[in-house]
Design a protein around this ligand. Structure first.
Ligand code: NAD
Ligand code: UDP
Length: 351
C-alpha cells in the first residue's frame, strides 16, 4: 500500500532532524530509496557521520550541522521528521537541561519552520510518555505514570511537553503534525557505547565479557527491529491529515532482560555469564505497546522477530568491532571535504 504513496512522482524534499543518529540514518536511507531529496540536520551530539557513510555520495542528500534549539533558516521542505534528541538513558541523563532544551525549544524551532514553509511535521515521541505504566499493554489513551522530578524526567517530561507543543501548533497555527510514540527499537547503526540494553549485551558478548543485567532481569521491554519501525514512521507521516492523534509504534513481542540475554548468547554463540548490577532509579517494570491503531489506520505490523533482528544486529556489531578507530573522523572529513568543494561526486556535505 505505502509503496504506491512513495512513488517518485509524490516524493519531494524532506528534512530529517537527528538524521545522523541510529533511527535517523535509517530514515535518511529509506527516504532516499523512495526518491526523496533529503536534508539531514544534526549536531552530532550522539549521532555519527559514519552512520551516513554509505550515503555520502548520494546526489540527493545534504548533511547540515545544526542544533535544533537554534533558529533555522527557511528550508523549503514538505516533510519534517523531528528525531533530534538523545534517546539512550545514559545520554539523555548526561546533561538533563540540554535534553529539556532540545525537547522543548528544539521542537518549537522545528514547528516554527514547518509553519513558515508549510511542511508536515512528524514528532518522534516515545513510550517513555507512559513512564512506569500502570496499564498493560499501553494504549494511546493512557495518560501515563511519570515521576516529574526523577532522573528520567528530563526526557519523559520533555517528550510529553513536546507532544503538547505539537498539538497546540496544530490547533492554533494549523501545522499538520503526526506524533509517533516509539517503543524500544534496536538494530544496526546503534552506537556501541550507547548504553541501551541490546547494544550493551551484544558488544559485551562479542568481547567475551559478562552481560550486565540491571536489577533481577525480570523487567520487560518490547523490542522492534529498526526496519519495521522506519516503515511505521513513513506510513504515519503519509497518513491522511485527519490522523492527528499519537500512535504507538513498536513490536508487542515482550521480553524480559534475562530472555534478551539468552537470545544474545544464542545469536552470538558467546558462552558468557550474567552479572547483576543495580537497577537504575525509576526504571520502568514493564513496557508493551497496544498497536491496534497502527494496524488499523496505517496497515502496519512489525515483521522481524526478535531472534532474527538480534542476529542481524550482532552481525553489524561484529563488523563494527573490526572498523578502524579513525572511521568516524574519516567519515566526517569526507563530508567536510565536499563542503570545501572537493572532487567527490554527489551533493552530500556538511553545510
Ligand atoms: P540517537 O541518539 O541515536 O539519535 C539522535 C540524533 O539526534 C543524534 O544524531 C544526535 O546527534 C541528534 N541530536 C540530539 N540533540 C540534537 C540537537 N539539539 N540538535 C540537532 N541534533 C540533535 O537516538 P535514536 O535512537 O536514533 O532516537 C531518535 C529519536 O527517536 C529520538 O527523538 C528519540 O527520542 C526517539 N525514540 C527512539 C527510541 C529508540 O528505541 N531508538 C525509542 C523512543 C523514541
Ligand atoms: N538494562 C540492563 N543492562 C544494560 C542496559 C540496560 O539490564 O546493560 C536494562 C535497563 O535497566 C532497562 C532495560 O534494560 O530495564 C532497557 O534499558 P534501555 O536503556 O535499553 O531502554 P529504556 O530503559 O529506555 O527502555
Amino acid at each position: 500500500m505505502m509503496d504506491s504513496i512513495h512513488s517518485d512522482d509524490k516524493a519531494g524534499r524532506a528534512l530529517v532532524a537527528g538524521g545522523a543518529g541510529f533511527l535517523g540514518s535509517h530514515l535518511c536511507a529509506r527516504l532516499l530509496r523512495d526518491g526523496w531529496e533529503v536534508i539531514c540536520l544534526d549536531n552530532f551530539q550522539t549521532g555519527r557521520a559514519s552512520n551516513l557513510a554509505t550515503l555520502a555520495s548520494h546526489p540527493m542528500l545534504t548533511v547540515m550541522r545544526h542544533d535544533v534549539v537554534d533558529p533555522i533558516p527557511d528550508l523549503q521542505v514538505s516533510r519534517i521528521y523531528h528525531l533530534a534528541c538523545p534517546a539512550s538513558p545514559v545520554h539523555y541523563q548526561a546533561d538533563p537541561l540540554r535534553t529539556l532544551r532540545t525537547c522543548v525549544l528544539g521542537t518549537i524551532q522545528m514547528l516554527e519552520l514547518a509553519e513558515r514553509v508549510g511542511a508536515r511535521l512528524l514528532q518522534a515521541s516515545t513510550s517513555e510518555v507512559y513512564g512506569d505504566p500502570l496499564q498493560h499493554p499501553q494504549q494511546e489513551q493512557y495518560w501515563g505514570h511519570v515521576n516529574p522530578v526523577g532522573p528520567r524526567a528530563c526526557y519523559d517530561e520533555g517528550k510529553r511537553c513536546a507532544e503538547t507543543i505539537c498539538t497546540e501548533y496544530a490547533h492554533t497555527e494549523g501545522v499538520e503534525v503526526k506524533i509517533a510514540r516509539i517503543f524500544n527499537t534496536y538494530g544496526p547503526n546503534m552506537s556501541p557505547n550507547d548504553g541501551r540494553v541490546v547494544s550493551n549485551f551484544i558488544v559485551q558478548a562479542l568481547a567475551g565479557q559478562p552481560l550486565t543485567v540491571y536489577g533481577d532481569g525480570t523487567q520487560t521491554r518490547s523490542f522492534c527491529y529498526v526496519d519495521d519501525l522506519i516503515d511505521g514512521l513513513v506510513r504515519l507521516m503519509e497518513s491522511p491529515s485527519a490522523m492527528t492523534q499519537p500512535i504507538n509504534l513498536g513490536n508487542p513481542a515482550e521480553l524480559s532482560m534475562l530472555e534478551i540475554a539468552d537470545l544474545v548468547r544464542a545469536c552470538t554463540g558467546a558462552q558468557v555469564p550474567i552479572v547483576f548490577r543495580d537497577l537504575p532509579v525509576d526504571d520502568p517494570a514493564h513496557r508493551c505497546p497496544d498497536i491496534s491503531l497502527a494496524q488499523q489506520y496505517l496497515d502496519w505490523t512489525p515483521k522481524v522477530p526478535p531472534r532474527e533482528g538480534i542476529a542481524r544486529t550482532a552481525e553489524y556489531f561484529a563488523q563494527e568491532s573490526q572498523a578502524s578507530p579513525e572511521r568516524e573522523s574519516q567519515a566526517m572529513a569526507a563530508f567536510m571535504q565536499t563542503k570545501r568543494g572537493g572532487r567527490r561526486q554527489g551533493r552530500a556535505r556538511v553545510v
